[in-house]
Design a protein around this ligand. Structure first.
Ligand SMILES: NC(=O)c1ccc[n+]([C@@H]2O[C@H](COP(=O)([O-])OP(=O)(O)OC[C@H]3O[C@@H](n4cnc5c(N)ncnc54)[C@H](OP(=O)(O)O)[C@@H]3O)[C@@H](O)[C@H]2O)c1
Length: 401
């Protein structure tokens, strides 16, 4: 590609505006935003209206534009934009984890067919350089595990609920009023956002391409103060983890709240911060923490991708092309389940129980069950139930391939 990057920018919201500003302050880059396409004609913006267009083809049909930066909040529209950009021979940078998790296989095929680059560092943990590290530094098969706190909103709520005597709903409302959580928080607090990011991590860590329905996600929505007290009494903390661990030729993967102790990297990742831990055969454990969202932190990851395109950088997907690993279909997992109505706990078939408690308004059990006994639907349809995994290493493979 020419070293002179002419950018067509889709989206001028939180991240798009951030990119505009960080690009203006970056003297090392030879890149300019040529055109900006947004959706809403009547919105007040920081730049005058003549800077904006509303027709995607203004960018997609322009032969001078060699890089599309896709920063919109609509994954379906983004899919069409990105596919067309590839077909027109344009490289693409995106921050859209939902788009990527749902369509990565097709997008990879298309980008290879049209020999264009598709980079998305900002889609996982914002400013933390995860994907390029997985591609370049860990470009072999020595990685054994990856764990991440990948959703700032959930971590913010879990941190505050452990420090204040407020309910989950009260803290969520506070976070929404402060503009910190979305008005529809489903993707964040029900674990979907963390799952999309985990799917991207599974590809770049273990070479495994997955569909969203193949990876379990349980969220933090049902956590109660009594569950937090349980954790505090044992010196534990609750963290929503995106978890992938290699066990022989399989990878155990899930998104769930987990009770961790101070030996877990995630114990001290608080509030809106994100953190990722890589485990490898020879380098042992390494941890990155930083801001996983926000205008400038996310834009800095987009900027890094733009900058990489100055030297024609592409992900090589070496692990995908050589992997013999697959997702574990079932495994044993140590869980904590609690409910105000103790009869709800009968929904679980425990293989063994290590601890249990019941009183008039609250009951819990801790023990081992088969992962296949837990589903997102079980979580979603039972607001009285809190389900969390237990311990820094809560899984055991049972070999039901
Ligand atoms: N915010 C973060 O901290 C963060 C972190 C990591 C990744 N991301 C990802 O970055 C992307 C952008 O997020 P954001 O927070 O910047 O969203 P946002 O503030 O809601 O802004 C979305 C932008 O997309 C535009 N848009 C929506 N549909 C469009 C369409 N069909 N054609 C053209 N423009 C369209 C909107 O146009 P109007 O201005 O006309 O409404 C708006 O400018 C998302 O994929 C998000 O998941 C965000």
């Amino acid at each position: 590609m020419s070293n002179n990057l002419k950018i067509g920018l889709f989206g001028f919201g939180c991240v798009g505006t951030g990119l505009y500003k960080v690009l203006n302050q970056s003297s090392l880059l030879s890149a300019s935003i040529e055109k900006i396409v947004v959706k809403n004609k009547n919105k007040q913006r920081e730049l005058s209206a003549d800077n904006f267009s509303y027709d995607p083809n203004v960018i997609l049909d322009d032969p001078e534009i060699n890089l599309v930066v896709e920063l919109i909040d609509d994954a379906d529209a983004a899919f069409e934009i990105v596919k067309t950009a590839f077909r027109r021979g344009k490289n693409v940078v995106s921050a859209n984890k939902k788009l990527i998790a749902e369509h990565l296989e097709e997008l990879l095929k298309l980008s290879a067919e049209f020999n264009v680059s598709f980079l998305y560092e900002a889609a996982v943990c914002g400013s933390i350089p995860v994907i390029r590290n997985l591609e370049e530094y860990y470009n072999n098969d020595s990685l054994t595990a990856i764990e991440g706190i990948c959703n700032g909103t959930s971590n913010y709520i879990l941190t505050r609920i452990s420090k204040e005597l407020k309910s989950f709903d009260e803290i969520l409302t506070d976070a929404q009023n402060a503009g910190f959580a979305e008005s529809d928080p489903t993707l964040d607090i029900d674990g979907f956002d963390s799952k999309y990011k985990l799917q991207i991590l599974l590809l770049h860590t273990f070479g495994i391409l997955s569909q969203p329905k193949e990876v379990l996600n349980i969220g933090v929505r049902h956590v109660k103060q009594a569950d937090v007290s349980f954790a505090k009494e044992r010196g534990l903390r609750l963290r929503l983890l995106s978890y992938g661990r290699r066990v022989e030729d399989e990878v155990v993967a899930f998104v769930a709240p987990v009770f961790v102790d101070e030996l877990s990297f995630s114990f001290d990742v608080n509030y809106e911060f994100n953190g990722v831990s890589f485990e490898a055969l020879f380098s042992d454990k390494q941890v990155f923490t930083g801001k996983g969202a926000g205008s400038f932190p996310t834009a800095s990851a987009v900027l890094s991708d733009v900058s990489a395109l100055q030297y024609d950088y592409q992900y090589e997907y070496k692990k995908k092309n050589s992997t013999h690993l697959g997702l574990a279909k079932d495994f044993k997992v140590k869980v904590f389940v609690s409910a105000n109505d103790q009869s709800r706990l009968a929904l679980f078939s425990f293989l063994s129980i290590e601890e249990e408690y019941q009183s008039a308004g609250y009951a819990y059990k801790v023990g081992w069950i088969n992962r296949s006994d837990i589903s997102h639907e079980l979580y979603r349809d039972n607001p009285d139930l809190f389900i969390a995994f237990y311990g820094n290493n809560p899984v055991e493979l049972i070999g039901t391939k």
